[in-house]
Ligand binder design. Structure first.
Ligand code: ADP
Ligand code: MG
Length: 242
């Protein structure tokens, strides 16, 4: 379950000579592995963008989709919190202008029109391909915890469920998940489930060199991956085509 669909996408991306999956491609693979992402659609013009926003329901997030752009925020390619068709229309124009200014040569596929997830505790789940140990799963709290404090836990894939539980308990910022200052506790079962799905995803798709589900927003009930990045390696291809 999941692998067949993921391999269709991965092989197409490699055939097109790309190594970075577009966010919609990475999110389709996530969904195939039972990793929840907000409902979304890709639009290639402003009229469709508005239609899709109306269909999905507000608030909406618009993000640029481009094979030449990996970090969308850096080029002004993400606008969140849109609550009307007028706001969507002007955000579409602004994103196209921002991208044209900061990356004039980028080929733009379109925009991802995504339902905005309510704010809550942010975590990251990821994977790196260690030359010695192979696929290794990374878990940590989002934002400064990962970027500055390097407060992350690692386990070599494939994981057992108790590995996933241990990773959560191991990070220094664990108490941020247990509910503090009146905030509701984070659904640790949902995080365990997501870590296990991520482990299966990279194990069954060995071409994935790096994966970054960042941010993953965790609620009292459930969790949502609102950005997925996957980088393919050109190694391991023989293994995968068997
Ligand atoms: P990138 O990492 O490429 O800059 P993201 O897709 O992570 O772009 O978007 C940047 C930020 O916008 C995220 O870290 C998150 O805070 C917010 N964001 C993106 N998509 C959503 C969404 N669907 N719901 C809520 N917030 C979102
Ligand atoms: Mg991101």
């Amino acid at each position: 379950m999941g692998a067949e669909e993921a391999q269709v996408i991965i092989k197409r991306v490699l055939a097109e000579g790309r190594r970075n999956l577009l966010e919609p491609e990475a999110e389709a693979i996530c969904l195939a592995y039972g990793i929840p992402t907000p409902p979304s659609k890709v639009a290639t013009n402003v009229a469709d963008t508005i239609t899709y926003a109306e269909e999905l329901g507000y608030p909406i997030v618009l993000k640029v989709v481009s094979p030449d752009i990996v970090h969308k925020t850096e080029v002004g390619g993400v606008i969140v919190g849109l609550s009307s068709s007028d706001a969507v229309e002007s955000a579409y124009t602004r994103i196209m202008e921002n991208v044209r200014t900061s990356k004039p040569n980028a080929q733009v596929t379109g925009v991802i029109v995504q339902k905005m997830a309510p704010p809550s505790t942010e975590v990251i789940v990821g994977s790196i391909n260690d030359p010695q140990f192979g696929h290794t799963i990374v878990f940590g709290l989002g934002g400064v915890f990962v970027e500055i404090l390097k407060d992350v836990a690692f386990r070599i894939a494939p994981l057992e469920e108790r590995d996933a539980r241990d990773m959560i308990l191991e990070i220094k910022g664990y108490s941020a998940l247990t509910g503090y200052r009146g905030a509701p506790p984070a659904d640790q079962g949902a995080i365990v489930n997501l870590i296990m799905c991520a482990s299966r995803l990279v194990t069954e798709n060995p071409q994935i060199d790096q994966m970054d589900l960042n941010p993953t927003i965790v609620y009292e009930h459930g969790a949502l991956v609102v950005d997925a990045r996957m980088l393919l390696s050109t190694r391991n291809l023989d293994q995968a085509s068997n």
